[in-house]
Design a protein around this ligand. Structure first.
Ligand code: ASP
Ligand code: MG
Length: 480
């Protein structure tokens, strides 16, 4: 397969650059996609040392988790159907893309994974339980299968490659389902395990998503965690760049479903990327950026379905480029919670108590504001959390509410949080003015506003029904 490659990497003198490439679930979604990805790897392996990280084939992780859950509820049928589907999807890739000798090696390995799946589900249905620890072993089987296949596809087309299980590379804590990497230990382990593979000139094809505790028990890095696998490995291996291959051309100035004129950003800073992801833009999970930020390793977002498009570079903030707004993002299903301490408690103790409760409940706040004079705290949460927040606050302040020392928390549903982002908004006067003037001209009412002193973003709440118009108005105002 011929792939157009746009080179932006200037290798250091006398050595080939090292690139960690991660391919997401849609990029390896079916036989045709797998073949396309193999083409991309072949092409780049000519010029750079690669370490490749793969996700499970699109939809497989969901399927595995659902099967385990149903089994733990005592359903003995559901997972048998999933077993067929799991075998069929991977078998098809095997049959169509592998040489006969590779098929002979790979088929028994695929069968082994399918039988692991079967044994685990059968166990869950027997004990009517699935522990987070067992779920991690099961939910990351898709990565084992896709990595096995991808390495074999490459070998079938003459490129040396070796599937590597990330449980042999990535050391994590034992927070099953959402484990955190232990970078020093990962550095030592990954370096050691991958060195001979790379010396042989083979491309390591690593399972994304999974890692293992110090004792070797399989963990996962949280849903969508293969990006994280990519940046963890990039950081510990001191890669020159990390390329995250996905199904979009890059990070956009706004959600194209809201603003048809939205366009690809050639470059954004780490902090802008974190901000965008936190507010729901489909970029990268915020924690994904952290391992590479200190080492200033650039992360590219690229489209495996359109590899000639350069994509978006996420890197340290650069001095050039005009000051101002870079992108707009929004969370359209949010609610505002307002709670007043009246004279019962100081604003500080009200806020301390409320945020401690939110922390205990693991609720993320999207924005918050304080009105000191009447001791009112207002914050926004995702709709999915609002019921729990309301119940928690009512329980915590039960006596105060009962004796009318403070009113019950007020919930305003159907709110959208819009966030205007740009690292270079800092110190530039007039940007907030232009933002809100644009909303005023479109007759959009602003319900709440917040901006931190870092001036990295301005957040505000509008009615959900106004979100499209609000984002479009601001996008137009700043001619993004
Ligand atoms: N397969 C895992 C998931 O779907 C990890 C990933 O794709 O990043 O969550
Ligand atoms: Mg996935």
């Amino acid at each position: 397969m011929n792939v157009m490659v746009k080179e932006h990497l200037v290798p250091a003198k006398g050595r080939r650059p090292l690139i960690v490439m991660k391919f997401g679930g849609t990029s390896v979604g079916n036989t045709e996609c797998m073949e396309r990805v193999a083409g991309i790897i072949c092409e780049h392996a000519k010029r750079a040392d690669l370490v490749v990280v793969v996700s499970a084939m699109g939809g497989v992780t969901d399927m595995l988790i659902r099967a385990a859950t149903e089994a733990s509820h005592g359903d003995r049928q559901h997972w048998r159907g999933v077993r067929q589907e799991l075998a069929r999807r991977h078998r098809e890739v095997n049959d169509r893309l592998l040489s006969a000798s590779e098929q002979a090696k790979v088929l028994p390995r695929l069968a082994e994974q399918v039988s692991n799946f079967e044994n685990l589900c059968s166990g869950f249905s027997m004990v009517r339980e699935v522990t987070p620890r067992a779920m991690d072993t099961l939910s990351s089987l898709g990565e084992v299968m896709s990595a096995t296949l991808m390495a074999a596809i490459l070998r079938s087309s003459g490129v040396a490659a070796e599937a590597v299980d990330a449980t042999e590379l990535v050391v994590t804590d034992d927070h099953f389902g959402n484990a955190a990497p232990l970078l020093d230990e990962t550095h030592a382990k990954a370096g050691q395990r991958l060195a001979p593979v790379r010396r042989r000139g083979a491309v390591p094809i690593v399972t994304g998503f999974r890692g293992a505790t110090r004792d070797g028990v399989c963990t996962t890095l949280g849903r969508g965690g293969s990006d994280y696998s990519g940046t963890i490995l990039g950081a510990v291996l001191d890669a020159d760049e990390i390329w995250i291959w996905t199904d979009v051309d890059g990070v956009m100035t706004a959600d194209p479903r809201l603003v048809p004129g939205a366009c690809i950003l050639p470059e954004i800073s780490y902090r802008e990327a974190i901000e965008l992801s936190f507010f729901g833009a489909k970029v990268l999970h915020p924690k994904t950026i952290l391992p590479v930020m200190k080492k200033k390793i650039p992360v590219w977002i690229k489209n495996s379905f359109n590899p000639s498009c350069p994509g978006t570079k996420i890197g340290p903030a650069t001095g050039d480029g005009p000051p101002g707004v870079k992108a707009i993002t929004s969370v359209s299903k949010a609610s505002l919670v307002t709670i007043s301490g009246r004279d019962t408690m100081s604003f500080a103790s009200l806020a301390a108590k409320v945020f401690e409760l939110l922390d205990l409940e693991q609720v993320a706040t999207l924005m918050s504001t304080q009105s000191s004079a009447d001791n009112v705290l207002c914050f926004a949460v995702h709709d999915a959390d609002v019921k729990r927040v309301k119940a928690t606050l009512e329980r915590a302040f039960e006596l105060e509410i009962l004796h009318d020392y403070m009113p019950p928390p007020e919930i305003m549903p159907h709110v959208a949080i819009v966030v205007v982002i740009g690292e270079k908004m800092k110190g530039t006067p007039g940007l907030a003015g232009r933002t809100f003037a644009a909303l005023g001209r479109s007759s959009i009412n602003i319900i709440a506003i917040a901006q931190g002193s870092a001036e990295l973003s301005i957040s505000f709440a509008v009615k959900s029904s106004d979100v499209k118009e609000a984002v479009t108005a601001i996008h137009g105002e700043f001619q993004l």
